[in-house]
Design a protein around this ligand. Structure first.
Ligand SMILES: Nc1ncnc2c1ncn2[C@@H]1O[C@H](COP(=O)(O)OP(=O)(O)OP(=O)(O)O)[C@@H](O)[C@H]1O
Length: 314
């Protein structure tokens, strides 16, 4: 086994239209991790997956799948990868079992009914193995897509926007399934718009924006490093602007003038809150209520994308 499940080096893609979808991306994926690739629309997530899976030609760079060069030894490398694409690519008139078994055949692997049975059971599809896809609910169809991607026993599974447009219940069910797969040793790379999904599932998070990987970090580290706390103060009377007496804390004022928001580092020795409150008292600013909130991955993500775009514009 090589050190990483996947090593991506200097990967670039310029489409014929001139769009630079990937600008020299480097990324290592460890064996057995769940890696969430987060990014806004058009960031380059699908392009990255498509290149790794051999569906789109890279303009430059290379990919090693468990140490195997993905173009020089395409078949060996590709066999390691299962892909659940965004769009459903299944024949709706085929029974579940046939769909999944055919997918295995496509990779030239010998029949292994016991393995396929296990996959279908893990995905609670076993009772539906004879049903034709047309008869299944949307959630079941998505599971068939996963079963299909797992049919050839890949070590790495790509899930491109696995829960786009699905309801909350089904999303949670998907998360549960993905966790089970990881417990069985599968390396999982998922792309998502949903911060909550990355926060819930990932061991590590990568943020891609405009074809550049702007951050790769352990999720827990990311939360610790960037996790700031926010204090909201509901004022008794509206303010026109932030009083100069509070300038040291640089709070922001809501449009209606009724809420002051102050961001602080929860790891700092001094949060600045007691001194802020006493400065408010001295300035005669009364508040009715206060609450604090831990900033989420969402706040971090929005901040990163905003800063990245501001830099690009500058
Ligand atoms: N076949 C193509 N031809 C030309 N441009 C393309 C093609 N596919 C994607 N692009 C462009 O490349 C950029 C990256 O697109 P990509 O689909 O990889 O982003 P994404 O992060 O997956 O977005 P989404 O979340 O919307 O799926 C976008 O600007 C997109 O318009």
């Amino acid at each position: 086994m090589s050190e990483n499940a996947l090593s991506i080096r200097g990967l670039r893609k310029a489409y014929a239209s001139g769009t630079e979808a990937l600008k020299s991306v480097d990324l290592d994926i460890r064996h057995g991790e769940i890696f969430a690739l987060l990014g806004p629309n058009g960031a380059g997530k699908t392009t990255l997956i498509s290149i790794v899976c051999g569906l789109v030609m890279a303009t430059g760079g290379e990919v090693l799948v468990d140490g195997v060069h993905w173009r020089d030894r395409y078949k060996v490398a590709r066999r390691q990868i299962g892909l659940v694409p965004q769009e459903m690519n299944i024949d709706v008139f085929e029974p579940v079992w046939n769909t999944v078994a055919f997918s295995r055949e496509l990779f030239g692997l010998p029949r292994n009914d016991a393995y396929l049975e296990q996959v279908l059971k893990d995905l609670t599809l076993w009772d539906k193995r004879k049903a034709i896809l047309k008869e299944l609910s949307g959630g079941m169809k998505r599971r068939v897509m996963i079963a299909k991607a797992l049919a050839h026993e890949p070590a790495i599974l790509f899930l491109d926007e696995p829960t786009a447009g699905v309801d909350v219940e089904l999303r949670k069910e998907m998360w549960e399934m993905v966790r089970k797969l990881r417990e069985r040793g599968t390396t999982i790379i998922l792309t998502t718009h949903y911060i909550e999904e990355a926060e819930e599932m990932a061991d590590r998070v990568g943020v891609i924006n405009r074809g550049e990987l702007i951050l790769v970090e352990e999720k827990a580290e990311l939360m610790k490093k960037l996790g700031r706390k926010i204090l909201h103060l509901s004022l008794a009377e509206p303010l026109d602007s932030v009083p100069s007496a509070l300038a040291d804390w640089a709070p922001s004022l809501s449009d209606d003038g009724l809420t002051l928001t102050y961001e602080f580092d929860r790891h700092a020795e001094r949060t600045g809150i007691p001194s802020l409150l006493s400065a408010m008292r001295d300035a005669g600013i009364a508040f009715k209520d206060l609450d604090t909130k831990q900033s989420s991955l969402e706040d971090i993500f929005v901040g990163l994308i905003r800063d990245g775009n501001a830099e690009t514009r500058a």
